[in-house]
Design a protein around this ligand. Structure first.
Ligand code: GDP
Length: 298
């Protein structure tokens, strides 16, 4: 991912670095190339506009004009602004002062929620927590079963009282799970919810009801990095529907062009917290905006 964007920016900057002085025309030529590279990487147009606007303004400042190596300064500005659109500082999970901490997952079907539930549990266990998974996706017949599979891979208990074939009340299951967690002393509860292929009002309402019932400490919106230009509309719909607190990018191991990663945090104002990079329990990492910017500009 980001390979093509990274190559294009590297070429642009190679030309820039050699220049002793930068005219406004040089800056504009660079901005045009950055703009084209971002659009080709599927970054949403408003994000591209805002990004290039900020880079241009800073690149034309007196500070850059007087710098020993103005080209290098512009590269630094692009790096800073990339970190900015990726969310700035690394955002860590907010744990509840009094356990259990509740983490709810939301996103389209196939985004990678169930897999993420297992990965989170695995990651939390390694950190000394006692996570519990809750099957509040009763829509897909196989969803409960799938959660049980990832739960056993992660070595985490799965609360799933319903068979998961469209029957049962996911809101009640989520509510009941809180009592189970308290009585069995699980300190983190991860609630998996149903997703549809498209945005679906009924399921969005169900997710909002689950949110209201469990009062989560974190609501993670899981988005497939391959989704491309649909990323913004999908993220906005989920922001409105469940008011998520953080984003998880999944399938970063695929050959996506990276647009979703570069659009979602900027458009929603919510930080990217984790990245999923495969189907295995350990293919998962905390998201660090600065490291991602380095990867893009290396
Ligand atoms: P859900 O419908 O949102 O619960 O999505 P799932 O967790 O069932 O994932 C959908 C498919 O994507 C499954 O086949 C997963 O194995 C796969 N998957 C999930 N996360 C990743 C990832 O980070 N990388 C890759 N390559 N595949 C993933």
């Amino acid at each position: 991912m980001f390979n093509s964007l990274s190559d294009r920016l590297t070429t642009t900057f190679k030309n820039l670095r050699g220049k002793g002085r930068l005219s406004e025309a040089d800056v504009d030529a660079t901005i045009r190339e950055i703009r084209r590279a971002l659009l080709d990487a599927d970054v949403a147009l408003p994000v591209v506009r805002a990004f290039t606007g900020r880079v241009r303004e800073r690149a034309l400042s007196a500070e850059v004009a007087q710098a020993l190596n103005p080209g290098q300064q512009v590269v630094k500005i692009v790096n800073d602004e990339l970190i900015g659109i990726l969310g700035g500082e690394t955002r860590r999970v907010h744990f509840a002062k009094r356990p259990p901490t509740v983490i709810m997952l939301a996103g389209l079907q196939g985004a990678g929620k169930t897999t993420l539930a297992g990965k989170l549990a695995h990651w939390l266990k390694a950190d000394g927590h006692r996570p519990m998974l809750v099957a509040a996706d009763l829509q897909r017949p196989n969803a409960v079963n799938q959660l049980e599979v990832v739960g056993s891979r992660a070595g985490a208990y799965v609360y799933a009282p319903e068979p998961g074939n469209g029957v049962g009340d996911p809101v009640q299951v989520a509510k009941d799970s809180m009592e189970v967690a308290k009585s069995k002393l699980y300190d983190v509860v991860i609630v998996d919810t149903a997703g549809r292929l498209g945005i679906d009002e009924e399921l969005m309402r169900q997710a909002a009801d689950i949110r209201a019932a469990v009062d989560p400490d974190e609501v993670l919106f899981v988005i497939d990095a391959m989704i491309g230009q649909d990323a913004v509309a999908t993220a906005e719909a989920f922001q409105q529907g469940v008011d998520f607190t953080g984003v998880v990018l999944s399938k970063l191991d695929g050959d996506s062009r990276g647009g979703a990663a570069l659009s979602v945090a900027e458009v929603t104002g919510k930080p990217i917290m984790f990245a999923s990079t495969g189907e295995g329990m350990t293919d998962f990492e905390q998201f660090h905006p600065d490291r991602m910017a380095d990867r893009i500009l290396d």
